[in-house]
Ligand binder design. Structure first.
Ligand code: 13P
Length: 260
């Protein structure tokens, strides 16, 4: 399956440098789906800067409510209206910094899909959970709690149906919390085992739709390790933090995915 390389800029980036970043990506890579999720205020400008290139733009979160008195929140409808295609939901930094629960993530995913955004739902264990041998149990519970039943419906994604097949429209990102921003990654065997666990859980939970969803790996992916990580069975691409901030690094990772 074609891989997705998605950049999560987190609370980084500015208007300065957007044009040169977009220009570099426009000269970029074929054979891979590319997505950048910048902070909210940069979504529109980045879409404009990317122009007609196939690089897609997404958000890092959206509100669970559709509209109304929710100061500081941004609705999925508005994100879709300005041209966002995907939304990252349940990132461990939001689960930790904003006490987001799996059931909130599930409700956000439901609302995002109704608005025509494709959710990328993040799961992953902490170091103490891994050391206690609980990693797979934790991730299975996060999947059970965070995925709406609408994920099982093939082609049930409103306007984003134009994006392509169902498997392209709902994604999981496995991001071990202890690998994020630390330079550490699990062993290839551990990633393979967790992605196989996630695939089995998806198929059990969602049937046919669970067989085709891409499962991204995230956590300290960089140009030097991308080739090896992207070759692991059931790794359908990567969600990249730090290394997505430099277009050159992001493109090296994208090229590794295109060669897979
Ligand atoms: P790093 O690539 O900086 O480790 O971040 C991963 C991540 O959290 C992407 O969502």
């Amino acid at each position: 399956m074609r891989q997705m390389i998605a950049g999560n800029w987190k609370m980084n980036g500015s208007l300065k440098g957007l044009a040169s970043y977009a220009g570099a990506l426009a000269r970029g890579v074929t054979g891979v789906d590319l997505l950048i999720c910048p902070p909210f205020p940069l979504i529109g400008p980045l879409i404009t800067a990317l122009g007609s290139t196939p690089v897609m733009v997404g958000a890092q979160d959206c509100a669970v409510e559709r509209a109304g008195a929710h100061t500081g929140d941004v609705s999925a409808e508005l994100l879709a209206e300005i041209g966002a295609r995907y939304v990252i939901l349940g990132h461990s930094e939001r689960r930790a910094d904003h006490a987001e629960t799996s059931s909130l993530v599930r409700d956000k995913a439901r609302g995002a899909m109704a608005a025509g955004l494709a959710p990328i739902i993040c799961v992953g264990e902490t170091l103490s959970q891994r050391e206690a041998g609980e990693a797979e149990t934790v991730v299975r519970a996060q999947l059970a709690g965070s995925l709406p039943e609408e994920f099982a419906q093939v082609g049930a994604l409103g306007q984003a149906g134009a994006l392509g097949q169902a498997g392209a429209l709902r994604l999981i990102a496995y991001e071990p919390v202890w690998a994020i921003g630390t330079g550490k990654t699990p062993t290839e065997a551990d990633i393979a085992a967790m992605h196989a666990t996630i695939r089995a859980a998806l198929q059990k939970q969602l049937g046919e739709a669970g067989a085709t969803m891409r499962i991204l790996y995230g956590g300290s992916v960089k140009p030097s390790n991308a080739g090896a990580l992207l070759r692991i069975p059931e790794v359908g691409g990567a969600l990249i933090g730090g290394a997505s901030l430099l277009a050159e690094d992001f493109l090296v990772i994208a090229a590794a995915a295109a060669q897979k």
